[in-house]
Design a protein. Structure first.
Length: 274
């Protein structure tokens, strides 16, 4: 495999690039890329919210819908059934800037959940397995495109630990429309982080040994972006944004950010975000 712009857990990322089937490639690799970058940058204050929002913008660049969903997390030792960790009641600080609790990013159309920050919990971090990505096997039946209903639960085993997620009543999505919320005040940073993450992902997917499978992914916008940037030069500008050397809408070559790249008119739009 050729040189890839990856950092952090290179073994896991390389394995995903080499072995993940087309329909899982994006959903599995993107959270691991985020975790690698976050590890170098240091964990943000609202780590689960920041991670979910950055990933939401990254998935959105490929036309993939994703939503934040708050959960209660209970961690037990499987051998004795002893509770080793439980999240406190979900709440925001009085100024609305610090989130106390935990949240996931859910991909409703593929019924998959992403806990990109599960290793913020010391009991899980020692296992060094990276983000948790799995099916939303909730106790209630849910159809494609539907979010998990409040109070639904699903279990995940990691090492000798059993993780029980319980979906809570209050959706974090309401915060996305609140002009005074933490989310709204930091939307520019989250969007920029997501666009750069999606750009880094494209650089990895266009590797000659990966691009064939990536072109089979069930995301028309991703396939269109791969066609356009397949051989394009790229750079990181002074603001540390990824840019590709491509023709703009007038045909003039420019250094374009991912969201500025013209695509064929039949290409699905980036997923609309609040």
């Amino acid at each position: 495999m050729g040189a890839l712009p990856l950092k952090g857990n290179l073994g896991m990322q390389a394995t995903l690039l080499e072995q993940a089937p087309p329909h899982q490639l994006v959903e599995l690799l993107l959270p691991h890329l985020w975790a690698s970058i976050a590890e170098e940058a240091g964990a943000p204050s609202n780590i689960c919210v920041d991670a979910a929002l950055a990933l939401r913008h990254a998935f959105g660049q490929y036309g993939i819908r994703s939503e934040l969903q708050p959960v209660d997390l209970n961690i037990r030792n499987q051998e004795g059934g002893e509770e080793v960790f439980r999240t406190s009641e979900q709440s925001w600080s009085a100024d609305g800037m610090v989130f106390h609790g935990h949240c996931l990013l859910v991909l409703p159309d593929s019924q998959r959940m992403v806990d990109a920050t599960v290793e913020q919990f010391a009991q899980i971090a020692t296992l060094e397995q990276g983000p948790l990505i799995g099916r939303t096997a909730a106790s209630e039946e849910i159809g494609p495109g539907e979010l998990m209903p409040p109070h639904s639960q699903f279990l995940v085993q990691r090492g000798d630990l059993l993780l029980r997620y319980t979906v809570l009543d209050e959706p974090l999505a309401s915060l996305l429309r609140d002009d005074q919320s933490y989310v709204s005040r930091h939307v520019a940073e989250h969007r920029r982080a997501g666009i750069n993450l999606a750009s880094l992902m494209l650089l990895a997917l266009r590797d000659p040994e990966v691009i064939g499978r990536a072109r089979q992914a069930p995301y028309p916008r991703l396939r269109a972006l791969l066609r356009v940037v397949a051989d394009a030069d790229h750079q990181v500008d002074a603001a540390r944004d990824f840019r590709f050397r491509l023709p703009d809408a007038t045909g003039q070559e420019q250094w374009l950010r991912l969201d500025e790249i013209p695509l064929p008119p039949t290409t699905p739009a980036a997923y609309p975000l609040y």
